[in-house]
Design a protein around this ligand. Structure first.
Ligand code: AKG
Length: 269
């Protein structure tokens, strides 16, 4: 018996690689939304641009230069504000994660927020997340919390249902200024060919890091805000030393069978 989701939700996740459900009430969302906006206001600085670059991106955004589109981002939100730590340890969320992950040993990988502005909000080309942080057992899932109602008009999420079963797809991304950007072949997997996710504020989409996902340009006059947490099974093993971030490995539920407990390694990340 699933703990929070229905059996249909769990079966849908297995078949399609994602599942959407309501998690937070309007009152809870008010609190999260306010802190989210306060955080972006407190940190407002030129170093928050997170839009991807490269010719494929310019084409997808129908832009001449990369400065024609934008996404503002803050990472590691649990290090900025306790509300986001509380969000990660929400028992309903952890129940839902246990339902799809099939383990109670659940650990944090990292969190981030993408604040997509009106009119010039950047798209995300279709991609699998595993290239950014490959793990041995592919246990990683994303928790995508919609802070605003979102749809194709305001830059909402879209997916290729069932694409988590395709395995590891060829990387068509670029490296610029030492930053890696990964995406799948945009000719084979265009954003226009994906299935849009229409989501309400407070709804969550959990998806596998092998699911092809991306998001639309925001040409509307509405902002599209999201909070995202990448979550892994505690016993999974990272395959490459990349994407290290604060509080990585923090146990959200259960225990970590692989964690070293020697004095010698107590300062290891
Ligand atoms: O912010 C978005 O719309 C998509 C972000 C995304 O797909 C990612 O960060 O992996």
């Amino acid at each position: 018996m699933p703990l929070f989701l229905t059996q249909e939700d769990v079966d849908f996740y297995k078949e399609n690689g994602f599942v959407k459900f309501r998690l937070f009430s309007p009152k809870e969302m008010e609190r999260i939304s306010k802190e989210y906006d306060d955080l972006f206001k407190r940190k407002e600085n030129p170093g928050m641009e997170a839009a991807w670059v490269g010719d494929d991106m310019k084409k997808a955004a129908k832009a001449k230069t990369t400065s024609d589109y934008s996404v503002q981002s803050v990472h590691n939100l649990q290090m900025h504000s306790a509300i986001f730590t509380q969000l990660l340890t929400d028992e309903r969320l952890l129940d839902a994660l246990q339902d799809v992950m099939g383990t109670e040993n659940i650990a944090l990988h990292h969190t981030k927020a993408h604040n997509k502005p009106p009119k010039k909000g950047a798209p995300y080309l279709m991609h699998q997340d595993y290239l950014y942080f490959p793990f041995k057992n592919d246990s990683m899932v994303a928790v995508f919390l919609n802070i605003d109602d979102s749809d194709p008009e305001n830059g909402g999420l879209c997916v290729y249902p069932g694409s988590h079963k395709l395995g590891y797809l060829k990387d068509h991304g670029v490296v610029e200024n030492g930053e890696e950007y990964h995406w799948a072949d945009p000719v084979k997997y265009p954003i226009e060919g994906a299935t849009p996710i229409h989501a309400k504020r407070g709804e969550v989409v959990i998806f596998s890091y092998l699911l092809l996902h991306g998001s639309y340009v925001n040409n509307s006059d509405r902002t599209r805000r999201m909070f995202l947490a990448q979550i892994m099974a505690a016993d999974d093993e990272q395959l490459e030393e990349k994407h290290k971030s604060p509080a990585q490995g923090l146990m959200l539920r259960g225990h970590n069978p692989r964690r070293d407990a020697t004095m010698e390694k107590r300062f290891h990340h």
